[in-house]
Design a protein around this ligand. Structure first.
Ligand code: CP
Ligand code: NVA
Length: 310
């Protein structure tokens, strides 16, 4: 990307203009409908994909997305790069910017993502940090809209750990106009920084410790692992979380047509039972597929190609 031209990073839902989020969602629905036969606006472009944590869905969906848009990818494992031997993230960003057209990074501290974006002269995409997972939430909201229509005024309920995926839902709540009910155990609450910022922007978010209260009347019930990557040493034990397990009894309190979502990977028998994740309300594999379609549009947006469906 030439200097002087605005570099479009996809770092977080809260950092994105609302109209661009809407445009990405509409573009994703359209790209999904045209499939792999659609246009290839990223012909000749190279995406570097840095992983400092494991991944199945994010790695494969970005790789396939880039190829379907006409581009190519480089998979870079953080531990095999000089990054793993303490080369700075900023120098890594400067070097990669000379070779590739965009950088996707899955990392630990959120500050590493921001440092990468600050130093890079090509678009940087957040593929999960300790704090957020915005690409996942774009796919989840795309899935909801496909199945149930407008998000406006709908109720999402989160039952489980107050983690990075929840933080991105918190950021999305006000932007997309849905209410978010959160139930977590004491000591694993949602990050107050994210709550305060979202509420200051008008988001309708309710927090508490009772899973039944959170789920009652919800149009979508969401959970995630009780132990996120890199937090294994802080694991609190299943007994702390068992009251938040999404099982048939908990789902009975949601709206009759409620969807069940989980970003995967799931820990069956812990945060969700087989009967729910394999049941008729579960859309977890649609969410996984929609990672591909949402990310094609996120990539296209980074290159100014969203809204140009010709
Ligand atoms: N949901 C998600 O990000 O999965 P991976 O860790 O497999 O990429
Ligand atoms: N909260 C989980 C999400 C995995 C996709 C983690 O960070 O491990």
């Amino acid at each position: 990307m030439k200097s002087g031209v605005e570099v479009r990073h996809f770092l977080d839902i809260a950092q994105m203009p609302s109209q661009d989020l809407r445009a990405i969602m509409d573009d994703a629905l359209w790209r999904k409908s045209v499939g792999r036969a659609g246009p290839k606006p990223l012909d000749g472009k190279m995406l570097a994909m840095i992983f400092e944590k494991p991944s199945t869905r994010t790695r494969v969906s970005f790789d396939v997305a880039m190829r379907q848009l006409g581009g190519e990818t480089l998979f870079l494992s953080g531990t095999e790069m000089q990054l793993g031997r303490s080369e700075s993230i900023a120098d890594t960003a400067r070097v990669l910017s000379r070779f590739v057209d965009a950088i996707m990074i899955r990392t630990t501290e959120h500050g590493r993502l921001l440092e990468m974006a600050e130093a890079a002269t090509v678009p940087v995409i957040n593929a999960l940090t300790d704090d957020t997972h915005p690409c996942q939430i774009m796919a989840d909201l795309l899935t909801f809209e496909e199945k149930r229509g407008s998000l406006q005024g709908k109720i999402f309920a989160w039952s489980g750990d107050g983690n990075n995926v929840l933080n991105s839902f918190i950021e999305a709540s006000g932007r997309f106009g849905f209410r978010l009910n959160i139930a977590t155990p004491e000591g694993s609450e949602a990050d107050p920084r994210f709550l305060a910022k979202a509420r200051a922007e008008g988001a309708d978010i309710h927090t508490g410790y009772n899973a039944v209260e959170a789920v009652t009347g919800a149009h979508c019930v969401v959970t995630d692992t009780w132990v996120s990557m890199g937090r294994e040493e802080q694991a609190r034990g299943n007994e702390v979380f068992m009251a938040y397990q999404v099982n048939d009894e908990l789902m009975r309190h949601a709206a009759p047509e409620a969807l069940f979502m989980h970003c995967l990977p799931a820990h069956r028998g812990e945060e969700v039972t087989d009967s729910v994740i394999d049941g008729p309300q579960s859309v977890v594999f649609d969410e996984a597929e929609n990672r591909l379609h949402a990310q094609k549009s996120i990539l296209a947006w980074c290159f100014g190609e969203v809204g140009r469906n010709d």
